[in-house]
Design a protein around this ligand. Structure first.
Ligand code: F6P
Length: 372
């Protein structure tokens, strides 16, 4: 009997998801004679058994479309909100897969999805995953699809801010996404010719950031472009966060809950926002500053050529792996190869920017300030 695969997309959406769905589906149908079902809205749709048949017609014409035709959500199988309760719905999801005759479930997602997929795999569901996110922070793969598109959007925005920064002699502070990693800020900052880049991996000192701008001004450049990752953090604040994080590691029960709340409060501190950073840079340098927060525009629209190729390559391999009966793996891009990485190695780890990464080294050599 023909095998059936299920596909779901989970976590934040990302350009290239439809290209990947199309590649999985077409390869599964054409090369392996399999049937394909798509679960709607991530793990929520799997819990509610809401799915659609992905046949040739459904897969046609979606390669260039942004978003995901399947919809997505940030639900976790073991902590699903059902009414006013949070319940572990893992068993129901496995039951629903069995009912739909799913031989392999292919989950497309970022770091959180990899963890959730491993939980389902450990509970007995045959699972293959793909790494998608604009943050490029999934461990075990050189690239995630969505990253290249977001990088292009952020770079174009920085390019456009250059001329207005120049005309008004202003500091233009641009906040880009990236969650707790600086790949997007660093890449777009480098490509867009930023003068200052703040990323979570290199906690900044405000005086040092201001010094870079003042130094530029003294040498005749009356404007500066500052690219800030949404997760960027000052060195002082990082020391506070680290203290709580260390205590959290050994804490249980009530004290754990309290420390978690403390950590959340630290994340929300106003002085760490990009707007506050811009105000303080303006105060210290005597220049006017303006803030642009790129936000979800970085995740929207048609995927770049690079992301289409990456999503298509990984998707076709995922269908092949499913046809071979492989499970518990993520399909990764490494060098010029497509590789299978055990989910156990991926889940719970984050690929941060190494401090000696060539992008960091090059930026430093060009005199870009990181606030250190
Ligand atoms: O993980 C992708 C991402 O866009 C991050 O860069 C960002 O921090 C987050 O998702 C935003 O999430 P949401 O779409 O739920 O606001």
């Amino acid at each position: 009997m023909a095998k059936t695969i299920g596909i779901l997309t989970a976590g934040g959406d990302s350009p290239g998801l439809n290209a990947a769905i199309r590649a999985i589906g077409k390869a599964a149908i054409r090369s392996h004679g399999m049937q394909v079902i798509g679960f709607l809205d991530g793990f929520r749709g799997l819990m509610q058994n809401r799915s659609i048949r992905l046949d040739g017609a459904a897969l046609s014409g979606i390669l260039t479309h942004g978003g995901t035709i399947l919809g997505t959500s940030r639900d976790k199988p073991h902590r699903m909100r059902v009414g006013d309760r949070i319940l572990d719905m893992t068993d129901l999801m496995i039951e629903n897969c069995e009912q739909s005759g799913i031989d392999t479930l292919i989950c497309l997602g970022g770091g959180g999805t990899q963890k959730n997929a491993l939980r389902l795999a450990n509970a007995g569901l045959p699972i293959v995953t793909l790494p998608k996110t604009i943050d490029n922070d999934v461990w075990g793969t050189d690239r995630t699809f969505g990253f290249d598109t977001a990088l292009g959007i952020a770079t174009e925005a920085i390019d456009r801010l250059h001329s207005t920064a120049h005309s008004h002699h202003r500091i233009m502070v641009v906040e880009v996404m990236g969650h707790n990693t600086g790949w997007l800020a660093l890449g777009s900052g480098l490509a867009g010719g930023a003068d200052v880049i703040a990323i979570p991996e290199i906690p900044y000192n405000l005086d040092a950031l201001a010094e870079t701008i003042s130094h530029r001004r003294a040498s005749g450049s009356t404007f500066s472009i500052v690219v800030v990752s949404e997760g960027a953090i000052s060195a002082d604040h990082k020391a506070k966060v680290d203290l709580v994080t260390t205590d959290l590691a050994g804490a249980e029960g009530e004290s754990r809950a309290q420390l978690k709340a403390q950590l959340k409060a630290l994340e929300a501190v106003e002085s760490q926002t990009t707007a506050a950073l811009a105000r303080r840079l303006a105060d210290q340098t005597g220049l006017e500053a303006r803030v642009t927060i790129l936000g979800h525009v970085q995740r929207g629209g048609t995927p770049s050529t690079v992301d289409r190729i990456l999503a298509t390559t990984l998707g076709a391999e995922a269908a092949h792996a499913a046809a071979e009966g492989l499970s518990g793996i993520m399909i990764a891009s490494r060098g010029s190869n497509v590789e299978h990485v055990p989910l156990e190695d991926v889940a719970g780890r984050r690929k941060t920017v190494p401090l000696d990464h060539p992008w960091v080294r090059s930026a430093k050599r060009l005199g870009v300030g990181f606030g250190i």
